[in-house]
Design a protein around this ligand. Structure first.
Ligand SMILES: [Mg+2]
Length: 296
């Protein structure tokens, strides 16, 4: 039995890290504007935040313009969405344009790279103050799964060093992919689940929610790993493509899909998945719930 697991939102509750990222990001956006436009930039940032909250599905993590995950799917989503709003508004709004130009002039190769820098800054601040954030209950569930001969591969957009550091802190044995050892986690960082096929779009529509499916980096990992179960918290990133594979590829028919529902999970996604994707097992009990379900 092989379980393919996401990291944040499965092994952690990323509320604090996301809050710190938001503070770092907004400050960096304002600072990117030239001094005479800082006040206007501050007002623009506040307006952009309100816009995202008002239309969560209009904005998201959208490198290249197409939405890879909606702004409201986890606590990091609204920060990724700030870069989406910035890219769009910079086309016509001079304040947004000045912020974007300042970001790029400061040496960030792209708005995405700038967003990642704010993410790393937020995580680093929280890690320095609190320590790594693998939840005790998740670590215990992980140990129970590994102890019952369940192979666990962690496939995450986070980098492998962070994953190794956080799991090590929690006392969970781990190795970077492709090293493997029975009873240890195998870590595949920088998985690029958000990277969409530039050549074209294909969408899974669940009760009116349209989710991009063509994720070549993630698909290659999924096909290589051929897991028996998958767990994640951001439906668009983690589970939409596996659900499509389960529906279309006989080799994937048996694969169990666990979607962790947290306090931040949008009610609209819960309704859509309950209505249109009964194959998905929505759990409010976190990784311990997955362990209980798999181990019986
Ligand atoms: Mg996650």
């Amino acid at each position: 039995m092989k379980l393919l697991s996401d990291f944040d939102g499965v092994w952690t509750h990323p509320e604090e890290e996301a809050r710190a990222q938001g503070v770092a990001l907004d400050a960096a956006l304002v600072a990117a504007a030239p001094p005479e436009r800082r006040e206007a930039a501050r007002a623009w940032v506040e307006r952009a935040r309100r816009e995202i909250a008002a239309e969560p599905t209009r904005w998201g993590w959208a490198p290249g313009g197409r939405i890879a995950a909606f702004s409201d799917e986890d606590p990091f989503g609204e920060h990724s969405a700030m870069l989406h709003v910035l890219a769009e508004h910079a086309k016509s709004d001079p304040v947004a344009g000045a912020i974007r130009d300042g970001v790029l002039a400061a040496g960030h190769g792209s708005l995405e790279a700038f967003g990642l820098a704010s993410h790393l800054e937020g995580v680093q601040l929280v890690e320095a103050a609190r320590g790594p954030g693998v939840l005790a209950a998740a670590a215990e569930a992980g140990r129970a799964l590994l102890g019952s001969s369940v192979e666990i591969v962690v496939v995450s957009n986070s980098n492998g060093e962070k994953l190794a550091r956080w799991f090590g802190h929690a006392g969970l044995p781990n190795h970077p992919h492709p090293e493997r050892e029975a009873g240890a986690l195998r870590l595949r960082g920088n998985a690029g689940k958000h990277l969409l096929d530039r050549a074209g779009s294909e969408q899974l529509v669940l009760d009116g929610v349209a989710i991009e499916l063509r994720r070549p980096r993630y698909e290659a990992i999924l096909r290589e790993e051929a897991p028996d179960a998958i767990v994640g918290d951001v439906f668009s990133l983690d589970l939409a493509l596996p659900l499509s594979l389960k529906r279309t590829d006989p080799a994937w028919r048996h694969v169990r899909l666990f979607w962790l529902v947290h306090d931040y999970t949008p009610a609209r996604m819960q309704r859509a998945i309950a209505t249109a994707a009964p194959e998905v097992e929505a759990l409010t009990s976190g990784l311990p719930g997955v362990a209980a379900s798999l181990l019986g």
